[in-house]
Design a binder for this molecule. Structure first.
Ligand SMILES: *Cc1c(COP(=O)(O)O)cnc(C)c1O
Length: 250
């Protein structure tokens, strides 16, 4: 096989002002989904043909110029995975290497510089270790991890950017179905599609989600919870749901 790329180590700059134990306990009582964030994040920058400046640092705002490429041509990808509290108090991830591989695939599809899979895995490990106290202990709670990457070169020409930002943030979340598993009503959309042959449906990019929101709004208006998308060509084969996978039992 090929020689392994040298791994980039993540420098640690932990927060001098983490959230207090009391405030954290309060936030963890009912975190909902994607509203509460931990004390830290991991960031890295791609420039001059290589990844550099990987750091664990306090969670906080990013400063971007108006000409930042992602805001114009949407070179952006993300992932989603969870860290789970274990009965012995430890923390476990579910095959994060598969998320690292999919992140690499998505980057390639969007003509972005792929993040080394080892750096993806190291970032997840470092953040979960640093913010372990934020992993919920209540049943079905977990720490949702959100890796993302976008073109942050300041340039308005249409071509793959030469600079990328990688970020990893973490959010404690409650049960996916907080009131138990209840049936959902589905809206079968036949005029809007989510993925087309040759398109980007198999890459995890924000644009796919933006393009699906109008169908979701139509579903909501019709009193439904989720959209069922059919195939783009014949409009008769069920492909997927807006927010989750779908299985049929015969
Ligand atoms: C991320 C994603 C899912 C969920 O996939 P997981 O492997 O469970 O993360 C399902 N459908 C689409 C379109 C997605 O982007």
């Amino acid at each position: 096989m090929s020689t392994a790329a040298p791994t980039l180590s993540i420098s640690l700059h932990p927060s001098a002002t983490p959230v207090s134990v009391e405030r954290r306990a309060e936030l963890l009582l009912d975190p909902g989904f994607g509203r509460v964030f931990t004390d830290h994040m991991v960031t890295a920058q791609y420039a001059d043909g290589g990844w550099r400046d990987a750091q664990l640092r306090p969670y906080g705002p990013l400063s971007l110029e108006p000409a930042t490429a992602v805001m114009h041509y949407a070179q952006e990808i993300f992932e989603g995975l969870k860290a789970y509290r274990q009965p012995d108090g430890g923390t476990a991830l579910f095959r994060p290497d598969r998320n690292a591989a999919r992140f690499r695939y998505s980057a390639q599809r969007l003509a972005m510089a792929p993040l080394p899979e080892q750096l993806f895995l190291d970032s997840v490990r470092v953040l979960v270790e640093q913010d372990r106290a934020w992993v919920p202990t209540f049943p079905e709670g977990s720490l949702y991890l959100r890796p993302f990457m976008f073109a942050n070169e300041q340039f308005l020409g249409v071509r793959p950017a030469l600079q990328y930002f990688y970020g990893l943030i973490a959010s404690p979340v409650g049960a996916y179905f907080p009131r138990g598993v209840k049936p959902v009503n589905l809206w079968l959309s036949t005029d809007r599609v989510r993925a087309v042959p040759g398109g980007t449906g198999d890459a995890k990019t924000g644009g796919n989600y933006a393009a699906s929101l109008m169908a979701q709004a139509e579903a909501t208006e019709a009193g439904c919870d989720q959209v069922v998308f059919v195939d783009a060509v014949e409009r008769r084969w069920v492909e997927e749901l807006g927010g989750m996978n779908i299985f049929f039992v015969f």
